[in-house]
Design a protein around this ligand. Sequence first.
Ligand code: GTP
Ligand code: MG
Length: 205
Amino acid sequence: FGHPWIFIRGVPSLNFLPPEGPLEVAFAGRSNVGKSSLINALVGQKGLARTSNTPGRTQELNYFVPDGYSGEGQDLPPTAIVDMPGYGYAQAPKEQVDKWTKLVFDYLRGRATLKRVYVLIDSRHGIKKNDDDVLDLLDKAAVSYQIVLTKTDKIKAAGVPKLIAETAEKIRKRPAAYPGVLSTSSEKGDGLDELRQAIAETVGI
Ligand code: GTP
Ligand code: MG
């Protein structure tokens, strides 16, 4: 962080993944939870990841890396942040939903260089059934993940510590859950430094 990030690749299916090399972190979560907005807020570049009021905006695995690396046969970037399609968007055509869900699940299960998944949960809604399904998958595949609450500007500030404690309690027995629930607002900037630091420590940048 502290230098520009660039988009290097949109991955519509697993054949198009970049070669495994740098350690990656991925942002997963229900459709519209604020994954793309949070990536933009973290790097301080509004238009980097495309965001939208309507769910289903992000449709591929989008790879972002620190600037200075093309990712195409040159020096490998030190790390990558992967923005993912959301899950649980019931209004999209079933074919689309199935395709995204398969892409997300296959990637999460099978990517050796995926160091940690940040699973985003909307502060107003908490952990839903399809979030639990993703956490089950990550636990089974032994892929480390950490919960990040989003849009805390939408709830009363006094309620945030309680929500963090309740969420932490819900995932306490999950084997692959990294301890500590983070809370963020892309809109207000709350919690961004903590998340930046967590990512930097995770991938060693
Ligand atoms: P998909 O790509 O469709 O899965 O969505 P996403 O998870 O990437 O969500 P996105 O970042 O596109 O944001 C969805 C909506 O939530 C947009 O209208 C954002 O402006 C809004 N939003 C995102 N983060 C915040 C936040 O911290 N606070 C508030 N109030 N709104 C937010
Ligand atoms: Mg998105």
